[in-house]
Design a protein around this ligand. Sequence first.
Ligand SMILES: [Zn+2]
Length: 428
Amino acid sequence: MDQANPGKIQKLDELAAEYQRVAQAYVDWQIQQEMRQPDKYGDTPAAEISTLLSARWQRCAWQHACGIVQSWYSNGRKNPPILQNVCIQANANVVVIEPSRSPHFDFWLRISTLEAGSPVRLPITLYERAKEALAQFPKLCSGVTLNRREDGWYATFVVERKGPKAKSNRIVGVDIGMAAMVCTSEGQRYGQVSAELRCRVERAAQKRRRKQKLNACLKRKNKPTVRLSDHRAEAFARNEIGRALNQMLDELPEDANLALERLSVRNMRMRSHQMNRALRASQLGYVRDKLKFKLDERGIRYRSVQPAYSSQQCSQCGFTFSMNRRSQAEFDCLWCGLKANADVNAAQNIAERFGDAELNALTYREVEAVLAVRFMRRLPVARSATAGLELQPEGWLPRGRAVAAKPLAMLSPPTVNQPGQHPCHSCL
Ligand SMILES: [Zn+2]
């Protein structure tokens, strides 16, 4: 990058200094919190570590710190890591690689700086070795690493190199939810609702309520009403959704087929519960439609499957019961004891249903009975009169909790007949 002018280099140096400071602060913070597996997409401690970096740069610094902390823990090191070399790990949100039209250099790097809206463009010349690699594998990945050495700045690119063909027809289930926008059966979660999004959504909801009141007034006076939609809040949410989906698609195994939920607005409402205000039912629909659009764009095969009770069904033993799902986040099978992230469990059920013609032909309500019958058939002791009772430790029902949960999934485990503890359909 020796052809860049000094003013641009100065801006890059300023950015690097702040990035370095913040990345170090994140590392220290994660170690202080003993985060052995820090979440790359989790919230950053924005309140504790204030910075001039944009939210996108903060995310880069955070992910950088996560990598350092994770390897620090897994190598069992004692001395806390100190970032010494000036190194920036940038993604496509902050650094864009643009082709050059000049014969004197090969690419432009457009880098966002500390000053919002005024990126710098730096010219890049490739080494011969890099040119050869690029000739062989012409597809560049979007991430760039920037290093400052004694004689100036260097950029490292990564090329996409197709490995041996992955196992074909691998099916990945996708759960569109609220805690994370999308979650795959491989256990990856994308698009956690950030503190900022939550805050914006809260504000948008308040604004909407005020507008509703205003409209009620205006109507009484026979005057034209105002629009309820809030374009800015929506645009922000949609931007976040787009980013989460791209991330998911980038990390999808090659040759994967996707199983998606066939969502209807009705069950969307049921599922969206807590975050409903965030991305109303229509936004959940938006996530699904956008995902389909992107899948078509990339030529990835998908199928929509019947999602009924997928959040209450155990992906290991098939037991379906509303109280298997203790909270929005946890799945805890009351039959076999499987503990899992609730969204991951649901995504695994959705993947299972990819080729399940019987289930996919049913309506939402009919699924319940079929799942119950299937579970019973799988029980080795299904025909024994005391089936189930001996298999389960005492007190397997959550004690002290009202059993009158919503009658959503209703297979009761066979033969638990203590009064007041019977969770079966007919007693509810
Ligand atoms: Zn189970």
